[in-house]
Write a protein of this length. Structure first.
Ligand code: SF4
Length: 432
């Protein structure tokens, strides 16, 4: 039996420009590939990087779906199904909107796919494929290891993705992770994580946990065990980590080079509206927090969500100035997205502010970076333009030069400097 795994792209028709440069390995598909045993065969097609060969022979297709790629995922599914190939959909978007996803697939997975993947293979071979599998959430990747050779020959960024945990204990009103995992957080078995690093000889790792530091006790045990492996790593984590100096020390000692931090806004009213608890707690200490990052030599990739109910064109500009002044290694300015199932989505729906019939992810006119709701202080088009300008300004030549000169972070050593130059180059290209 041959299984084809697909990572859908947003597609140039939807995005209007190539936003796929700098793609990362689709870890979740490698985990499923690792569960497919010989003599069964598995291949991966990454729609962001290559054409999907719909006529190539295959028995079963599995597609991972997030809200941005949902429309393209449904299109790919349809292309296979009209050829008589059965398709399974899984991923965050499918779990948030199972009824919608069911219309575009022979079977769907709600929740983590690993616990049911072997059952799915068995059912497919025996002609008993079920319409829906709902395994829920348990210990992530319990005894499951990615088959990374499916990435061979594809032009991904040179960093290996891994997970130590899934979910997050916080309850931010815009966050689909929080809805997906119902505010729960689970760590993998530490021995599994260490084994995976050694088995695959990983040296440069991005922990794509929703919030790596959620379980302080577990993560500290893990980091102590990570030190002898001498890897370099980065993570997605919340800013409240800076209040725990033991954790910060362990992160530095175990090879942390930087972290993606969701700042979201520099306005306390917005943070309260978002219920972004870790930031609210540390709001008056942002300056101190940034100093702590610097003291440990960590690069900071800051993420901001613009277009909230307290934002106008002036506050968006001030947010960009804050990011430049803070000399962040990278910053991402996103239009606030009302993801299905989130509180923000429900609020906009109740206030009749959703555009694209309330289904932006599956609407033929929706394009990436467009605001799918009516902002309070500007038009949707003004928000789109302001977001594009924010990214353009942040990655302007003068801003890149200004931010580079930080001897405690961006120019601290050769590794930091090469990360700084490479990623600023990639993001400048996609921002202009
Ligand atoms: S802290 Fe991050 S991952 Fe956790 S709920 Fe908030 S936005 Fe989501």
């Amino acid at each position: 039996m041959k299984v084809t795994l697909i990572k859908p792209g947003i597609g140039s028709i939807i995005s209007g420009y190539n936003i796929n440069e700098g793609s990362m390995e689709p870890l979740q598909l490698a985990i499923l590939a690792g569960l497919i045993e010989e003599p069964d065969e598995v291949v991966l097609f990454d729609d962001r990087l290559e054409e999907v060969p719909f006529d190539e022979k295959t028995d079963l297709v599995a597609i991972t779906v997030d809200s941005f790629s949902a429309r393209r995922a449904y299109e790919i599914s349809s292309n296979y199904r009209i050829r008589g190939v059965r398709v399974i959909l899984g991923g965050m978007h499918v779990s948030l909107l199972p009824e919608e996803a069911s219309l575009h697939a022979d079977s769907i997975v709600v929740g983590d796919a690993e616990p049911v993947w072997k059952q799915i293979m068995y059912d497919f071979k025996n002609g008993t494929l079920q319409k829906i599998y709902s395994p829920g959430f348990g210990i992530p990747q319990d005894g499951c290891f990615p088959k990374r050779d499916i990435f061979k020959g594809k032009k991904y960024l040179p960093v290996s993705l891994m997970q130590f945990s899934r979910g997050c204990k916080f309850n931010c009103t815009f966050c689909s992770v929080s809805k997906f995992f119902k505010h729960s957080h689970q760590c993998r078995k530490i021995d599994d994580v260490l084994y995976e690093i050694e088995k695959d000889k990983l040296k440069t790792i991005l922990f794509v946990d929703d919030n790596l530091i959620t379980n302080r006790k577990e993560v500290k045990i893990f980091l102590k065990e990570l030190i002898p492996l001498k890897v370099k790593w980065a993570s997605q984590s919340s800013i409240d980590m800076t209040g725990d100096l033991e954790l910060m020390r362990l992160m530095a000692d175990s090879g942390c080079v930087g972290n993606l931090i969701g700042f979201e806004s520099i306005n306390i009213n917005t943070l309260k509206w978002f219920n972004k608890s870790p930031n609210i707690r540390d709001f008056n200490n942002y300056k101190e927090a940034l100093t702590t990052f610097r003291d440990h030599g960590f690069l900071t990739w800051a993420s901001f969500m613009v277009g909230n109910d307290f934002d106008n064109l002036d506050t968006i500009q001030r947010t960009v100035e804050f990011a430049m002044k803070s000399k962040f290694t990278l910053a991402f300015f996103h239009v606030l997205m009302p993801y299905p199932g989130t509180e923000i989505y429900q609020q906009f729906k109740a206030e009749d502010r959703l555009l694209y019939d309330g289904h932006w992810w599956n609407h033929p006119d929706y394009k990436y970076n467009h605001a799918p709701f009516q902002p309070k202080m500007m038009s949707a088009e003004q928000l789109r333009e302001a977001t594009i300008k924010a990214n353009k300004d942040f990655y302007s030549v003068s801003s890149i030069a200004h931010r580079m000169f930080d001897g405690r972070t961006n120019m601290r050593n050769f590794i930091n400097f090469s990360i700084y130059t490479r990623f600023n180059y990639v993001l400048r290209k996609t921002s202009i």
